[in-house]
Design a protein around this ligand. Structure first.
Ligand SMILES: [Zn+2]
Length: 133
């Protein structure tokens, strides 16, 4: 897990670079519909970035707002970082479907405090505790 933090920070910079590219593209596109699509993508990316920042802060790290050229992520911790990214992607998908914040296991709403701490979580605290015991 020691390599997790730099990996997440690298992901953050990659995502940030991508969002800045989309923002630049959106400014160039005059057509309203296309621009709207960009806006939707950018909004999602902003949510994703803020969640990534949460994950990074959780590990005691900080994020820089300076985008860096894409760096390949590999080695120890890459799997853990990808798992978090995957969970974030899935959570964004659930937002689109309107099932965000609902426990996957029991179907009950997940407490706001838990969602604030881990916005991409799939299960409520009770089900999480059942899993780990
Ligand atoms: Zn539950």
């Amino acid at each position: 897990m020691t390599d997790l933090l730099p990996l997440l920070q690298a992901f953050y910079r990659e995502k940030l670079t991508m969002m800045l590219r989309h923002q630049a593209a959106a400014r160039l596109v005059g057509q309203y519909d296309i621009n709207n699509t960009y806006q939707y993508i950018i909004n999602r990316e902003e949510v994703q970035l803020s969640w990534l920042a949460t994950a990074i802060a959780d590990l005691g790290g900080t994020v820089t707002d300076e985008p860096e050229p894409t760096r390949k992520v590999s080695g120890k911790g890459a799997e853990a970082a990808r798992a978090i990214l995957q969970a974030i992607e899935e959570a964004l998908g659930r937002m689109g479907k309107g099932t965000y914040g609902v426990c996957r296991d029991c179907g009950e709403p997940i407490a706001a405090a838990r969602l604030n701490a881990i916005p991409w979580t799939r299960v409520c605290i009770a089900c999480k505790e059942k899993q780990s015991s």
